[in-house]
Design a protein around this ligand. Structure first.
Ligand SMILES: C[S@@+](CC[C@H](N)C(=O)[O-])C[C@H]1O[C@@H](n2cnc3c(N)ncnc32)[C@H](O)[C@@H]1O
Length: 425
């Protein structure tokens, strides 16, 4: 049974022409219309700043910057018959951005026991907040229809319908596809949606590694859904992978969705060359946006007395960083936490922050997270503490670093990257 609003009329101008004839669809559209981004990065103008790294505007705002996009709606429509036939606990949603898939499916089809995995902790927060708001507004009980789980057997055991917002990286997609094929029911159907401009045929190929039948839906409003059936028996899990980086003499462990996989990012490599210049007395260090933890582990190995906190919003990243630290025998001095730009760290608790900030938010180029990381560094550094940052030289972050942290000097520059040292006031 669909979960209908507990009060208030259904909208008669719902997004779909059939909505007035279909109460569950109208209820879904009412719910979707009320969703918010609940994203720490949202601020006036953000919706427009997706075209280039330098901030030119675009006529095609990226869907990562709206609460519900055409892909969410297409996925819910393409999955409607499978969702209607699913029983309690048989639906899994992966990488829902702000809750549209989970809450839309729950409301339209009266589903309960939906298992949800979101790699980004900010996605979890957004889903929870939207669920609470929806429950308060009109959809009583919708906030109790789902649970959060890490990517693993518990998430997928016996699942019969999997809805997925396609990740950017093929490794992340492979990790998800293999988990589904290995643990879900033999008749599982996977519906994986994305914006056409971000989709490649390599995504079909990756799904076909784990499923015998992969086809694409018709496109609608610049989105498309890949539908995969027939999990290949005996599918093995590729991730985590471990690579030995000879020049660092370091084993890097990476789950599928971790930034740069088990390889060494060029910016990270450049910043590593400056580690011995970090204040000799630094004891408490933070790797902000740690990815697989290469900076955190390298610092811990170089400074025997140091305690390092490695933080990232990505579940794949923190699992990888923990494993990398353990493999390097510094697991006791590298504490790994999953949070949004170090929000769980105490004020003035660090002597040094190392940061190779992101320049993406979802598929969109965005410097918002970088600026929030600089602000976080300014907060967690003790006076006199140092933020060491590496970034693509054209980004010209120095004025922002001066404002957020303190006096900033350029310590190194090559044709691509700049490394700066900012001293906290
Ligand atoms: C350029 S990568 C650097 C990774 C790693 N430090 C390295 O040097 O290889 C940026 C990292 O920031 C993380 N990130 C993005 N947004 C974040 C946020 N809001 N809070 C915490 N981490 C975030 C990404 O998951 C990614 O791992």
């Amino acid at each position: 049974m669909p979960l209908l609003p507990s009060d208030g009329p259904l909208p008669d101008d719902a997004a779909h022409p059939d909505a007035s004839a279909d109460p569950s669809r109208a209820a879904r559209d009412l719910l979707l219309a009320g969703l918010e981004r609940f994203s720490p990065d949202v601020h006036p103008g953000a919706e427009q700043r997706t075209g280039t790294r330098t901030g030119s505007t675009t006529r095609d705002p990226d869907p990562t910057l709206v609460a519900v996009d055409a892909t969410d709606r297409l996925l819910l429509d393409e999955a409607a018959s499978a969702l209607a036939a699913a029983g309690p606990g048989e639906v899994v949603v992966i990488d829902d951005r702000f809750g549209a898939l989970t809450l839309g499916a729950a409301v339209a089809h009266g589903l309960t026991g939906i298992r949800v995995h979101q790699d980004a902790v900010t996605g979890e927060v957004a889903l929870d907040r939207n669920a609470r708001e929806a429950a308060r507004r009109a959809f009583q009980g919708v906030d109790a229809t789902f649970t959060h789980l890490p990517l693993g057997e518990d998430l997928l055991r016996g699942a019969r319908v999997v809805l997925l917002q396609l990740p950017r990286s093929l490794a992340a997609l492979r990790d998800v596809a293999e988990h589904v094929a290995r643990f879900a029911a033999p008749d599982v159907v996977v519906l994986a949606g994305g914006r056409i401009k971000h989709m490649t045929t390599a995504m079909n190929d990756v799904l076909a590694e784990s499923f015998t039948d992969v086809r694409a839906s018709l496109a609608r409003q610049k989105s498309r859904v890949l539908v995969a059936r027939g999990p290949r028996p005996g599918t093995d899990l590729t991730y985590p992978v471990t690579e030995h980086l000879a020049d660092l003499d370091l084993d890097v462990v990476a789950h599928g969705a971790a930034f740069a996989g088990a390889s060494l990012d060029l910016g990270t490599r450049f910043l590593l060359g400056f580690l011995d210049r970090v204040s000799p007395g630094a004891r408490d260090a933070v790797d902000l946006g740690c990815g697989t933890g290469i900076l955190a582990v390298s610092f811990a190995r170089a400074r025997q007395g140091a305690a390092v906190v490695a933080t990232d919003q990505s579940e794949a990243a923190v699992r990888s960083a923990h494993a990398t630290a353990v493999a390097a025998s510094v697991g006791d001095r590298v504490r790994v936490v999953r949070d949004d730009v170090g929000s769980s760290l105490a004020d003035r608790s660090a002597d040094v922050v190392l940061c190779n900030p992101p320049f993406h938010q979802g598929a969109a180029l965005s410097t918002d997270a970088a600026h929030r990381m600089f602000a976080a560094a300014g907060r967690v550094l003790r006076p006199g503490g140092e933020l060491w940052t590496v970034y693509n030289s054209h980004l010209r972050y120095r004025p922002a670093l001066e404002r957020a942290v303190g006096p900033t000097t350029q310590e190194g520059r090559d044709p691509r990257f700049t490394v700066t040292r900012s001293v906290a006031r």
